[in-house]
Design a binder for this molecule. Structure first.
Ligand code: UDX
Length: 476
């Protein structure tokens, strides 16, 4: 047996403090702990505050149940630089600026303490941190740790950011008269329309805080020793293969709890409303699930057209409407009387356990913003998607869903949302006949995902290879 097989990796794991990043991070932490890692999981105080307020039963340690189940996971918190009660949704730029400029100092101090205190017990060996952070490479180097970068979005999105200099050089990004023709020079990306790139790569102003985060993060990721990606090798193989030549890149997704809709660790930032009894009364495949994720905002105009389209369509629906969906200063943006007029066939809630809703047999379609977690979860439940991307990677994810895998369709063909089109698209997707092509395609991709998670499947093998490579790195 090689000496490295006896080494127990101890990872400090720091997820990006946003809902869609915390969820897969928790599942990755659990997966690694179940394969012999010691994990010290670090949430920001704000994430901790919202999660424990939403689920008071969890107490102070969100990972207590995982510990009881035998997983070696410690849990602690760190400040992101802002007061816990600060409205991060309303003051998004200030929040991002704090993550860009202030967070690293708090992390540096915490990592220093953890490294020092663990030296005689279980020495910290690596730092697992979200690729969007601008500091992990530097912090890992300072404390002599291996840096494992965790990418929560598709490999295609990673590759486009990774090659941002190529896009600049070729005039598709950050220049006067940006080219509008297809991009066909990114390794592993056959051809992509610029309007399918992430919103940040389509912006005319590239000096925003988010741009600085992206540019710095993708500089820092070049210092990483390993990149773990929440995707599946087979569904993105063309993109992943050339990445292997640049960086040790492992597709290890989809990252879900062992029991799909029952994680042993609470992750929701808002309390979950359980409408399974209502769903139980609805025929199979008859309910459209509508949610725009945890983070993006919808304009009031679009929201009203969507509501009117939903009303016109006559389908049953469960609609997750976060109170800040338009803005935390406009918490009741629906057309007046909408709730009353649709109460016999629709329910509106603020948040739910999305995995449980998607897994319910009554759900027949998902009107979604195309967040990557939502995309993976929907495919896993064989639920076809109706796509309404709003920002960041969601435009690129839409391309994968609609153009490449054909597991869904667009909510509107041009960027203008019109209630008549919304209604037609909903009916097209939900209809037994016209929706069949999507249901067949989604079942096929679901099978590929399922195979990847089998003991000899690609994701399981990739995670084993990663652990082997990491242990080899620990010996150096
Ligand atoms: C953003 C990006 O668009 C996404 O691609 C990236 O991976 C994370 O950040 P977000 O708006 O958070 O996404 O959407 P998504 O990635 O779909 O994640 C939302 C998560 O919240 C999903 O895991 C979903 O199951 C969960 N959720 C959502 C709930 O548990 N309940 C809800 O009511 C709504």
């Amino acid at each position: 047996m090689a000496e490295s097989d006896n080494l127990k990796p101890h990872a400090i794991f720091i997820p990006y403090p946003l809902q869609g990043h915390v969820i897969p991070s928790v599942e990755l932490a659990i997966k690694l702990a179940s394969r012999g890692f010691k994990i010290t999981f670090v949430n920001t105080q704000s994430i901790h505050h919202h999660t424990s307020k939403a689920q008071p039963k969890t107490g102070g340690n969100l990972f207590a149940a995982a510990r009881e189940a035998g997983q070696d996971i410690d849990y602690t918190t760190v400040s992101d630089g802002l007061p816990v009660e600060f409205d991060r949704s309303l003051n998004h730029d200030q929040f991002m600026a704090s993550l860009l400029h202030v967070f690293s100092a708090h992390v540096d101090e915490l990592v220093g303490k953890l490294v020092k205190s663990s030296v005689n017990t279980a020495p910290v060996t690596c730092l697992i941190a979200d690729t969007f952070f601008v500091w992990p490479g530097k912090v890992a180097k300072k404390y002599d740790l291996l840096y494992v970068s965790f990418w929560t979005e598709p490999a295609l999105v990673y590759s486009l950011y990774f090659h941002v200099d190529l896009l600049r050089k070729n005039g598709h990004f950050a220049c006067h008269d940006v080219r509008e023709d297809d991009i066909n020079y990114i390794p592993g990306v056959k051809s992509i329309d610029p309007s399918d790139m992430m919103s940040y790569l389509q912006d005319a102003n590239v000096t925003t805080v988010c741009h600085q985060i992206i540019f710095n993060a993708f500089k820092d990721v070049r210092e990483s020793h390993y990149v773990l990606c929440n995707t599946v090798e087979e569904i993105e193989s063309e993109t992943i293969t050339p990445l292997h030549a640049k960086i040790p890149f492992y597709a290890i997704g989809p990252l879900f709890p062992n029991r799909f809709n029952k994680s042993i660790v609470a992750t929701s930032l808002w309390s979950e409303s359980d409408r399974s009894q209502w769903l139980n009364t609805k025929p199979q495949g008859s309910v459209l699930y509508v949610s725009f994720g945890s983070y993006a905002h919808v304009s009031k105009r679009d929201l009203i057209e969507i509501a009117d389209g939903l009303e016109l369509s006559k389908v049953n629906f469960v609609w997750v409407l976060r109170p800040d969906i338009v803005s935390s200063e406009d918490t009741d943006p629906l057309p007046s009387g909408f709730k009353e007029r649709t109460s016999d066939r629709g329910i509106i809630i603020q948040w739910c356990c999305q995995k449980s809703v998607l897994a319910h047999p009554a759900i027949g379609g998902f009107l979604t913003h195309c967040g990557w977690n939502s995309t993976l979860e929907s495919i896993w439940c064989s639920v076809p998607l109706l796509c309404f991307p709003l920002l960041t990677d969601q435009f690129t994810n839409r391309k994968l869903i609609v153009d490449d895998w054909k597991v869904g369709t667009n909510l509107c063909d041009w960027k203008v949302v019109k209630k008549e089109v919304v209604s037609n698209k909903i009916n097209h997707l939900m209809d037994v006949k016209s929706g069949d092509e999507f249901r067949k395609a989604v079942a096929k991709v679901r099978k590929t995902m399922e195979n990847a998670l089998k003991p000899n499947g690609s994701s399981e093998q990739n995670i084993d290879t990663f652990i082997k490579d990491l242990k080899a790195g620990m010996r150096k």
